[in-house]
Write a protein that binds this ligand. Structure first.
Ligand SMILES: [Zn+2]
Length: 418
């Protein structure tokens, strides 16, 4: 069946270029992108058109780093330093997900809120609880969110009430992987919390499982200086942080590494060489005073950087706000370094919030032909149209001025969800 969305279509083709299609038709065949046209071609005249008037039709967002069980306390305790924040908020919150009924209610809300905010692709950390992780995957899939979810592994350096033994962690990982075969849109991703929370035995086991089952991996890398020092202490045979993951076969083209705020030249070269994707999380880097990521530099080097809300280290689930935060942070870095090229452009920010995550998940960038539609319709028509205002200007303004109240429609996998 042929359908079409009509409006101002904006694609993130590369970190440097937007595809701008004013007042055009995004034509779909059975929910898959057939093409973008200024006028409907003769052969497509019978397409059923949904006319969004002067609204903006964007790719929906890919939030490539967030913690599902932390969503409930987003914005709370942001005046605490990292360790106090973890002990007072993050760990007790995650412990509550031992209760499946509790997990069901909270994860249903999170899944709805993601769609409400135009996020249809994710790579998310769950807690260490297998059953709650399966519930999270179920609720995301039901709501129309696609991508990856990982059961967290941590067998050391966590509070006693939230720590697995190495044997438990291994057995539960296998039980989880077997149980999540039933999902079609949400897939498993191996998730060692970060190097310091895993023993070498556990990391070696995860590397073996990854190789045997060809699975992706997500974790944290070089988020703050204290963490880097701890890694050096715990893994004295690894010269640099990334080498811990690399040593155990957890560092390749199917790997997401959140933060990379303090990755030096050598670590960045390793990221690039292995095709590992950094995930930039500006809001949490600011809130937890981790530092300011060299996001524009990473992007220029060709790293394919994704964006993450990183709730609840980050303060918002909105990827519009996450883009704005990323641009602001990059400008702060530009001021500090006296280097204006550190500033992220709107092209870069939009690419990082959409196509970068899409391509990690195996889809083409932009509204790629043949791909199932993932789109969000943003209505900025209550704002004044200024003389000579381009679609690019409107996209940049939307990032600063719009939120979930201005979302008129969300499509995921070719299906309208809002
Ligand atoms: Zn994180």
């Amino acid at each position: 069946m042929l359908t079409a969305l009509k409006g101002n279509i904006i694609e993130a083709l590369s970190p440097n270029s937007l595809g701008l299609h004013p007042n055009s038709f995004l034509v779909l065949e059975d929910g898959r992108v057939a093409g973008i046209y200024a006028q409907l071609p003769q052969a497509m005249k019978e397409a059923q058109v949904t006319d969004f008037g002067d609204a903006l039709i964007l790719q929906s967002f890919a939030d490539m780093h967030l913690h599902g069980p932390q969503y409930e306390f987003t914005g709370t305790g942001m005046d605490r330093p990292l360790l106090a924040w973890l002990e007072t908020y993050a760990f007790p919150a995650e412990a509550r997900y031992a209760d499946p009924a509790y997990a069901r209610e909270r994860y249903r809300q999170l899944s709805r809120d993601l769609i409400q905010n135009g996020t249809t692709r994710v790579s998310m950390f769950s807690s260490l609880h297998t059953d709650a992780t399966l519930i999270l995957m179920e609720e995301l899939e039901k709501a129309g969110v696609t991508g990856y979810v990982g059961k967290v592994n941590m067998d050391r350096n966590a509070p006693a009430y939230l720590c697995e033994t190495t044997e438990q962690s291994k057995a539960e990982t296998l039980r989880w992987l077997d149980a999540c075969r039933r999902f079609t849109k949400i897939k498993p991703i191996l998730t060692p919390r970060f190097a310091p929370s895993c023993t070498e035995e556990l990391l070696a086991f995860l590397g073996k499982v990854k190789a045997e089952r060809d699975l992706p991996v997500q974790s944290h890398l070089s988020e703050n200086v204290g963490e880097i020092a701890l890694v050096a202490e715990l893994f004295p045979d690894c010269g640099q942080y990334w080498q811990v993951y690399d040593k155990f076969g957890l560092f390749d083209g199917k790997t997401l590494m959140a933060h990379c705020v303090h990755s030096d030249e050598r670590e960045r070269a390793a990221l690039l060489e292995r095709g590992v994707r950094p995930v930039h999380c500006a809001s949490s880097n600011n809130a937890l005073m981790s530092g300011i990521s060299p996001a524009a530099e990473l992007l220029r080097e060709g790293q394919g950087v994704c964006l993450g809300s990183d709730v609840a280290g980050g303060t918002t689930l909105s990827m519009l706000a996450t883009m704005a935060n990323s641009i602001c942070a990059s400008k702060d870095r530009g001021v500090m370094k006296n280097d204006p090229s550190q500033a992220l452009s709107i092209e870069a920010a939009y690419y990082m919030a959409t196509s970068a995550g899409q391509t990690f998940l195996g889809a083409k960038p932009g509204f790629g032909a043949g791909e199932r539609l993932h789109a969000v319709v943003l209505d900025d028509t209550h704002l004044p149209m200024l003389p000579g205002m381009s679609l690019r200007d409107r996209l940049l303004r939307a990032v600063y001025r719009l939120d979930d109240r201005h979302i008129r429609a969300v499509y995921s996998e070719g299906v309208r969800r809002i």
